[in-house]
Unconditional design. Sequence first.
Length: 322
Amino acid sequence: MMPPGASTSGLSEFLIAHASLLESLHIRSNAARWRVSYEEFAAALCRSAAHHFGTGQPTAEAEASYLRVLHLEDLALACALRRGSETAWEQFIAEYRPILQAAARAIVGAGGEARARELADSLYAELYGVDRWGGDQKKSLLDYFHGRSRLSTWLRSVLAQRHVDALRASQRIESIDDQRVTGGVRFERANTTIENVDPDRVRLLPRLGEAISEALEALPAADRLLLSLYYVKRLTLAQIAHMRDVHEATASRRLQDIRLEVRRGVESVLARGSAAHDGRPPTKGLSPAEIRRCLDYALEDWSFDLTSTLAENAAPGRREGK
């Protein structure tokens, strides 16, 4: 993992472009609770946007849409933790230590309680900040938290990756030993991935994908077209409004309504489960906690092919008249 590469050179332009929105987000984040200033929180939002869009040149509208869906309170807490706020760390230990310990137990499985405790505790030094690149400045693992997922979900992913790293290191050592014992014959082991140690992710993401497809299928054709124009064709709201002969604000409000409708549809599908179909067994409905986990996973680097899904739902024979 490399040090964060997001530059703050464009912070001034970022502040000017989103002044009123940033003030609103700072209030919504409850950052004042941790004495995280407007400037500090705005800088964190700027780094998050820079990390998300990379070298691209997003419109102010696209940046604003991204910022509005971040987990603002978690991002504000991360800012306070990185600064070394004692009260923030006390809150973090009280709230997140049980979460880390439970996640570690699930990850190590048969590895036992001692290994789980070791895995969870090993993360604290990196979160607090250790000098990993030389010099006097300390770097915190929290530099890599950008608010796209909940802090608890991000921490579980980091724990899982740490476990994977340890397994791979162990396998490399055993591989060297095998070469010595067997006269240079190397036995390759199966690759270990983060999905192997996060069974919830493996179990829930397919359910989420099916729920999104079903929610999109339930939309009228006009709404699916609007989603396609905005998310697949990458047209601006101004371009879409011109095509539909409506005001840009009207197109924006309709898009927001569709997003809320899709989310409600996804949550409904996940909650009720599904009957047996196409040779697949029936599935039980998910609990509210499992549904939240699904939505958290969706905010991470998860690949969902919206293009083909919208194309399939627009094919002849689909329900167009809803």
